[in-house]
Design a protein around this ligand. Structure first.
Ligand SMILES: [Zn+2]
Length: 171
């Protein structure tokens, strides 16, 4: 019985560390999102209370690595296998993308302007205009675009209005 209790206690400590660690990991990006949101005059008041957690999201979207569930309460679910392998830049883009859906009511935006500075000559690939591109940006994209591209992405995310009708805002 004693061993069992210790095992349970250890499991609780491990779980608490996992939740605490994950919370802090997400909080860094949430705080940055809030700072940008305030700078661009957007209502980001619900970001801190927004649940972000690891989970299996391969259903219903086979290749998704993050999802914004418009359940009550809304929550963001992140694929842990992807997260563990991702750089901090890509993690940030993923959290910004999901908060773009859940908080800014943005839909996907897959357009790429043909701007010479964002044309990748070797790959004949134009960098996407938006963090709301349905395919997550890669480290290579971010490195190729550089700091100005990142600033352009952030501005586009917060300046572009979300989809809102008389019935309210939808994703
Ligand atoms: Zn999306």
């Amino acid at each position: 019985m004693k061993a069992y209790l210790i095992a349970v206690a250890l499991a609780i400590v491990a779980l608490a560390a996992e939740i605490g660690g994950a919370y802090n990991e997400f909080a860094t990006y949430k705080n940055e999102f809030i700072a940008y949101g305030k700078f661009y005059g957007r209502d980001v008041s619900k970001v801190m209370s927004m649940r972000v957690e690891f989970g299996d999201i391969h259903e219903p979207l086979k290749h998704a690595v993050g999802i914004c569930w418009e359940t009550s309460p809304e929550k963001i679910v992140i694929d842990k296998k992807f997260w563990d392998k991702a750089s901090s830049e890509v993690r940030k883009i993923l959290i910004f993308h999901e908060l773009g859906h859940c908080v800014l009511h943005r839909d996907h935006y897959d357009y790429s302007s043909v701007r010479p500075e964002y044309l990748h000559p070797e790959k004949n690939h134009v960098l996407p205009d938006s963090i709301m591109n349905q395919f997550l940006l890669t480290d290579e994209d971010l490195q190729w675009g550089g700091p100005q591209y990142y600033q352009d992405l952030v501005a586009e995310l917060f300046i572009t209005p979300g989809i809102c009708t008389k019935k309210g805002c939808e994703r």
